[in-house]
Design a protein around this ligand. Structure first.
Ligand SMILES: Nc1nc2c(ncn2[C@@H]2O[C@H](COP(=O)(O)OP(=O)(O)O[C@H]3O[C@H](CO)[C@@H](O)[C@H](O)[C@@H]3O)[C@@H](O)[C@H]2O)c(=O)[nH]1
Length: 242
């Protein structure tokens, strides 16, 4: 069993979805894709349905009724994957911030380094972010340092959203007990894997700001991360379920 599934959450990604799917399906290794769309008003899901005629055995779609956050979209996707026989489950953005050519590098890192989690890391070798405004680079960079300081995880890019999980990691985490929905979700997943002693490795990648469509980053998502990390750490210190 070594099937690989890439989960792509989408909200208004009509300008990116066809190109990213064609790119993933043209990789030399074979990946299935699950799009988790939140009923995007721009008809992203309609485009996916159209492409399902062409990629019927590899492309899957789940539509939720309304925009409910990136974190819960991934949880939905993880549960979908665990109900099937996928051995490696990836998180990837729809907007080419993450380069699909790196999927195979994340997979190889898991296999060759016997890791349970491989993170596409922007901060392993300096700062590998292209075309982000300086305030966003600084915020993301220092957020990663802040999380590292509080959680003590030896991970440079704790908010990264380009990740390969071995199935056993998702099986070990109670997916009904995930607290956060935005960036904090990414931190929470890594912290949970770390607390369960799974081997986590980082693979350097270049993150390129989207050229089409808009980021869904909001102030709420940032404050969720800032306070959420402290809450999470305190809970773990008191032996509460994390
Ligand atoms: N289904 C669904 N998808 C969503 C939602 N919000 C965002 N998405 C999708 O999630 C992906 C990332 O969303 P962006 O809004 O482009 O994220 P970002 O601000 O660039 O953040 C990226 O970098 C962060 C770290 O700096 C990561 O933490 C984050 O996961 C993501 O990779 C895109 O495919 C977008 O359509 C939502 O509420 N629902």
């Amino acid at each position: 069993m070594s099937r690989r599934l890439v989960i792509i959450p989408t909200y208004n990604e009509i300008e990116n979805i066809e190109r990213i799917l064609r790119n993933v399906f043209s990789q030399r290794a074979s990946f299935d894709v699950l799009v988790v769309d939140d009923n995007s008003p721009d008809q992203t899901a309609e485009k996916v349905k159209e492409l399902q005629a062409e990629f019927s055995t590899q492309l899957f779609l789940e539509i939720r009724t309304q925009k409910s956050g990136l974190g819960t979209a991934y949880i939905h996707g993880f549960k979908w994957a665990l109900a099937r026989d996928y051995a490696y489950i990836f998180e990837m953005d729809a907007d080419f911030s993450h380069n699909p050519n790196d999927l195979i590098r994340l997979y190889s890192a898991c296999v060759k380094q016997e890791a349970a989690v491989a993170i596409g890391s922007r901060y392993l070798t300096g700062v590998n972010v292209v075309n982000w405004p300086m305030n966003r680079v600084l915020m993301s960079y220092f957020a990663s340092k802040y999380v590292k300081l509080i959680t003590r995880m030896n991970i440079q890019d704790t908010t990264a959203g380009f990740v390969c999980y071995q199935r056993e990691v998702l099986e070990a985490i109670n997916l009904d007990n995930i607290q956060f929905i935005g960036y904090a979700f990414q931190i929470e997943m890594k912290f949970k894997a770390y607390l369960r002693n799974f081997k986590i490795v980082e693979v350097p990648v270049i993150f390129t700001n989207r050229t089409k469509g808009e980021s869904k980053l909001s102030g709420n998502i940032i404050s969720e991360a800032v306070f959420g990390v402290i809450k999470m750490k305190i809970k773990s210190l008191f032996g509460k379920e994390i």
